[in-house]
Ligand binder design. Structure first.
Ligand code: AMP
Length: 610
């Protein structure tokens, strides 16, 4: 009989890990070889046999063309995207463009979509769990980098489905790590999770509250910055050295390149524990005169650090920005957790420690905590006895394109999910009977700099001589971070909606030209009136609170509780002022509630003492 237990899977760029909560204890499940992680590699042999995990990794050198690694870098991405161009420039397997502008991987003349490849890895993780539990497994929680956009999340969900798993939730990797850190410990802490894995970098700042509430305050990252970039630096250096000595480009030879890759990664890992190592690759290539050539190079930790320093610095810049977004100071972060294999590199630990001005915690296991967190979340979702609330945020702003190619944000970055927001737009052209809604994700003011998630057309609008038909647009993000959008003609009640799906089938050029067509686009008219009203209300309340501040402070400053209330009021006022400066209607409206509460409380305090 199938177990109703939920497994947690960390689907990593380089390695994957599966865990489960048993009798209330989160446990990583080892694979048949006894390893707790399994390489996220898939291969097809000459005989057509499919290999996954360690067995695929072992034959990668001799079968480089038919061995896929780091598929996570391609998942949910468009063929033409710079990230895909960049990734396939160094891959040893062949890729082609798919029918929806997606990426297809060719193994022994058969094309596979990226979710299909990831599904093979997920299936392997499922089998590892089933072997251990002795029963079929149906449900899973899968983790993704916090910075994954909607397309990447959808594609990961697809992979889960292809693997025959019921994906009950997708959660962010750093959040999962924080869950495994805080689970059952009754902590009250603000923590930063610095997650540097094989292919991605993420940073999240969370507040762990009593009663098991985990609230993400801010999150950011770079889905194209990982350990593989560090490996690439070392490979470049080795290739150059070899060229200088023998005038031969090792990149010409796929097998040599694959051997170099393996050796570079191995050397990098060794240099985390020793100061000097050697890359030794006998018979790497033949010279023009058919002599066998060898590559033998000592590499010091200092050299590796020098080659990767700017990459490390990039992660620190993102940390700095995220703290700012969270409106926190370094000293507000009480614990720094390190996740991802790359955080074993001493120079990284040092850089993180120096930036946050505190020694990173050893409280989580860099390879296992994400899968453990996923299992904990799964356990909490199906088990009624366990109280745990996870409040995550959306890593990217969401909105639509308005006239002139501008991006009109409906949901700001770092908004707690699930959430929904509504806004009214008007049509721009006379007698316009259809409107095209382009749904975008990103932080740029210019729409074409952001990621297109999907599009739909609302037809049958009432013909209005001056345009100006009112359209209400509603965005919804569910707990998996997946987006759906609805548009409604307020005149006729006509409604259209989409769950944004992975591939729009549009090229960048098509998107660009669509955006620059002024017709059939929406104008944001109401928002200025709405903004003005919200601004006035917020400013009135801020003025009132600030006027009462000195009096209230004097009255309540004696007690801890009173001081806390004063601090909270200051935060609310600051946030409201910030929202007014940013002219963010939704954010101002959110703050008005808190302001009104504070103002009432202040008035109450003053009235009681008169
Ligand atoms: P993850 O995606 O968390 O599995 O991280 C994998 C990345 O961590 C790969 O780039 C590995 O080469 C790297 N890694 C694993 N162990 C070490 C180590 N001891 N020192 C440096 N990097 C490591």
């Amino acid at each position: 009989m199938a177990t109703d237990k939920v497994i947690g899977i960390d689907l990593g760029t380089t390695n994957s890990c599966v865990a489960i909560v048993e009798n209330g204890v989160p446990t990583v499940i080892p694979n048949r070889g006894g390893y707790k992680t399994t390489p996220s590699m898939v291969a097809v042999t000459e005989a057509g046999k499919r290999l996954v995990g360690h067995i695929a990794k072992r034959q990668a050198i001799t079968n480089a063309e038919n061995t896929v690694y780091a598929a996570k870098r391609l998942i949910g991405r468009k063929w033409h995207s710079p990230q895909v161009r960049n990734a396939i420039a160094t891959s040893s397997y062949r890729t082609v463009e798919g029918p929806h502008n997606d990426v297809r991987i060719v193994l022994r003349d058969k094309e596979y979509s990226v979710p299909e490849i990831s599904a093979m890895v997920l299936q392997e993780m499922r089998v590892i769990a089933e072997d251990y539990l002795g029963a079929p497994v149906g449900k899973a929680v899968i983790t993704v980098p916090a910075y994954f956009n909607d397309n990447q999340r959808q594609a990961t969900r697809d992979a889960g489905e292809i693997a025959g798993l019921d994906i009950i939730r997708i959660i962010n990797e750093p959040t999962a790590a924080a869950l495994s850190y805080g689970f059952g410990r009754n902590l009250e802490k603000t923590v930063a999770v610095y997650d540097f894995g094989g292919g991605t970098f993420d940073i999240s700042i969370l507040e762990i509250g009593q009663n098991g509430v985990f609230r993400v305050i801010a999150t950011a990252g770079d889905t194209f910055l990982g350990g593989e970039d560090v490996d690439a630096r070392l490979i470049d250096w080795l290739v150059q050295e070899f060229k200088r000595e023998h005038d031969i480009d090792l990149r010409q030879d796929r097998m040599a390149l694959q051997r170099l890759k393996d050796a570079a990664e191995k050397a990098k890992c060794e240099l985390s524990s020793v100061r000097e190592t050697e890359v030794n690759l006998p018979f790497i290539i033949s010279s023009e005169r058919n002599e066998a050539l060898h590559l033998q190079k000592p590499i010091s930790r200092a050299l590796l650090e020098q080659l990767s320093l700017d990459l490390i610095e990039r992660t620190i810049d993102i940390c700095r920005q995220t703290l700012e977004d969270a409106e926190l100071e370094k000293r507000d972060v009480e614990e720094v957790l390190l996740v991802g294999g790359m955080t074993r590199m001493p120079r990284i630990q040092q850089a993180v420690g120096e930036f946050f001005e505190r020694e990173p915690s050893k409280g989580v296991h860099p390879d296992e905590s994400v899968a453990l967190g996923a299992a904990i979340q799964g356990y909490a979702l199906v088990g009624e006895e366990h109280e745990m609330v996870l409040l995550d945020v959306t890593p990217h702003a969401l909105g639509i394109v308005t006239q002139g190619g501008y991006f009109e944000e409906l949901i700001p970055q770092n908004t707690t999910v699930p959430t929904h927001r509504q806004k009214i737009f008007t049509t721009s052209r006379e007698n316009q009977t259809a409107v095209k809604i382009l749904v975008m994700q990103g932080e740029h003011e210019r729409a074409d700099q952001n990621e297109l998630l999907g599009e739909f057309i609302l037809t049958g609008l009432r013909r209005a001589p001056k345009g100006e038909v009112e359209i209400e647009v509603t965005f919804e993000i569910n707990a998996d971070g997946i987006v759906s959008v609805r548009a409604k003609d307020l005149d006729t009640g006509l409604e259209q909606s989409i769950q944004v799906t992975a591939s729009s089938g549009l090229t960048r050029d098509e998107i660009s030209s669509m955006m620059h067509e002024a017709k059939d686009q929406l104008v944001d008219r109401r928002s200025s009136e709405e903004l003005e009203a919200a601004k006035q209300e917020a400013e009135r309340l801020v003025g009132e609170i600030e006027r009462l501040f000195p009096q209230v402070e004097q009255i309540v400053a004696q007690s801890d509780f009173g001081r806390e209330a004063i601090d909270k009021a200051r935060v609310i006022v600051d946030r409201a002022k910030n929202a007014v400066t940013r002219k963010d209607v939704a954010m101002i409206k959110e703050q008005i509630e808190g302001l009104a509460r504070t103002q009432r409380m202040f008035k109450g305090v003053v009235a009681k003492t008169i």
